[in-house]
Structure formats: structure tokens, C-alpha cells
Design a protein around this ligand. Structure first.
Ligand code: AMP
Length: 279
């Protein structure tokens, strides 16, 4: 496994593969867990060379968010990557990604970036798009793999790829969960044992809502109220949003159909938790 923190040497290495090999990119912020490793496994199905980027992107954190205390564990990350058979790890500094300019170029997908997570985290998707487009341009992968856990992010980045005619196959991979159902996240490290248990009610509520749908409840309002009732009664989670959206879009729907999704976001004290389920 090769590890690079500089663009030129990374590209030199990648150029030696480019002609005869498909290259997959798995962008991450490190502090890897089984969710990230599942993306690497998926990447290996689609490409000959797997590149994992590890970069805690400052531009996607708000001023009062957890950039400084975001978990970082490069040594452990590299061990995981090595054992998953990753070919190349890219670990750029902020200067490498954004240069010395005080006002680096920003990328913004309007409208979709203002919905749901974008309401409370106003610059979040601008930060995500700004870093991911840079990573795409640096690596020039054939495909890129993202987790369905961040479903809004996947839809927004897919629109960016379409709008900018990027020749990249966007692939999404299912949510990997802890034993108790909680969606794995680097931020789960912030949770106490008690909070970990409380947080598991998110998936329990989403799962029970899906069961409700499967018994014939198609009214989004009823299903959303069902979820928020569970969360309010069983946990101290502050709900940010709970919405039902149509299959393959971010458009809200009043009446549920198979393949639609329910998205949920909330806070357990300072820790932001997001999850979703496909009906
Ligand atoms: P992050 O390091 O949190 O920025 O996430 C990097 C990638 O891993 C994103 O595409 C996430 O959607 C994906 N990811 C994070 N958690 C999970 C999970 N529990 N299951 C599957 N993918 C995940």
C-alpha cells in the first residue's frame, strides 16, 4: 500500500495505472469503522485500484461544530486500509487541498443544499462539494463510492457529477450498523454507553415505521408522527428533522411508496446523529 500526502507524487503513481486499470475513490474523513471498510469492499468490486482519501475537511464544519475535536487516528486507519487491500491512501493537508488563497474556489449545488441537513448546517454541502470536486480532479477516478447513510450528500454529489459532466460512476453502498442498530459513525465515539443505547432508538423507530408502512400505512404525516413520538418518549434526542422523500430524489412526499426513504437527523447533547431507511 502506498501513502501520499502530495498531489504530484500521487498523480505520478496513478498515471502509471490509468491506461489499463479502473480506479475507485473512497473519500473519508478518517477515524475509519466498518461502514468505511464496507465502501472499500464495494470499491474493489468495481475497480482494480482502490484509493482512499483521509482528510478532515474544515470547510464543511460550522464555527460552533466539532472540527477541532473530530476523532483522528491515522495509524489505526492505515492498518485498516492495509488489511482491506487498499492500494493507495491519500492524506493531504489543508494547504494541499485549498492552497494558500484566503478565498479558495467554492462549489455549490443550489436548492438541494438548502434542504434538511443544509437548513441547520448552512455551509455544510458547499464544503462537501468543494472538497469532493477537488478530490475528483486530483484522483480522476473511474468511480467513487459513498455511503447511503449520508443520503442527501450522495444525491447532491451525484447532481454535481451530472451537471459538470464528470466521467465518474457514482456508487452508493448500504448503511452498516452497530449490533443495537445504531448507524456506525466516527461521531459515535462521542457517545457514553447510556447515550449509545438511547441513540439506538433512532433505528428502532425507523424500522418500526417501515413495518407500519408494510402493513398499509402510506400517510407520511402519520409515519413521521409515529417516529417522532418514539424518539420523544424514549430518548432525550432533539429532533432536527424527520422527512419522507421520494425514491432517488430529495423531494418530500405526502404519500408513501415502495423504495421511498425516511430521513432522520437529531442531536444527543452536542452529538449530531443521522440515519435513514428505505421502504
Ligand atoms: P465520513 O468519514 O463520515 O465523511 O464518511 C465517509 C464515507 O463513509 C461517506 O460516504 C459516508 O456516507 C460513509 N459512511 C459513514 N458511515 C457509514 C455507515 N455506517 N455505513 C456505510 N457508509 C458509511
Amino acid at each position: 500500500m502506498d501513502c501520499f500526502d502530495c498531489v504530484l507524487s500521487l498523480q505520478e503513481r496513478l498515471n502509471s495505472f490509468r491506461q489499463n486499470h479502473k480506479i475507485a475513490l473512497v473519500p473519508t474523513m478518517g477515524s475509519l469503522h466498518q461502514g468505511h471498510l464496507s465502501l472499500i469492499k464495494e470499491a474493489k468490486k468495481h475497480a482494480d485500484i482502490v484509493v482512499v482519501s483521509i482528510f478532515v475537511n474544515p470547510t464543511q464544519f460550522g464555527p460552533s461544530e466539532d472540527f477541532d475535536r473530530y476523532p483522528r487516528d491515522l495509524k489505526q486507519d492505515l492498518t485498516y486500509c492495509e488489511s482491506e487491500g487498499v492500494d493507495i491512501v491519500f492524506t493531504p493537508s489543508t494547504d494541499v487541498i485549498y492552497g494558500q488563497s484566503l478565498q479558495p474556489t467554492e462549489i455549490y449545488v443550489p436548492k438541494l443544499s438548502t434542504l434538511y441537513c443544509g437548513k441547520t448546517r448552512t455551509n455544510f454541502f458547499k464544503g462537501v462539494c468543494s472538497v469532493v470536486l477537488r478530490l475528483f480532479n486530483i484522483v480522476q477516478p473511474t468511480c467513487a463510492i459513498f455511503g447511503e447513510k449520508d443520503y442527501q450528500q450522495f444525491i447532491i454529489l451525484s447532481q454535481l457529477v451530472t451537471d459538470l459532466f464528470l466521467p465518474i460512476n457514482m456508487i452508493s453502498a448500504p448503511i452498516i450498523r452497530e449490533k443495537n442498530g445504531l448507524a456506525m459513525s466516527s461521531r459515535n465515539r462521542y457517545l457514553s454507553a447510556n447515550q449509545h443505547h438511547e441513540a439506538s432508538f433512532i433505528y428502532q423507530a425507523l424500522h418500526s415505521a417501515k413495518a407500519l408502512f408494510l402493513t398499509g400505512e402510506f400517510d407520511s404525516t402519520v409515519v413521521i408522527n409515529f417516529i417522532t413520538d418514539i424518539i420523544k418518549k424514549q430518548t432525550s434526542i432533539t429532533i432536527d428533522y424527520c422527512v419522507c422523500i421520494k425514491h432517488n430524489s430529495l423531494e418530500e412526499t405526502a404519500s408513501l411508496n415502495q423504495h421511498d426513504k425516511i430521513l432522520f437527523a437529531g442531536y444527543l447533547e452536542q452529538t449530531r446523529l443521522i440515519d435513514n431507511i428505505t421502504l
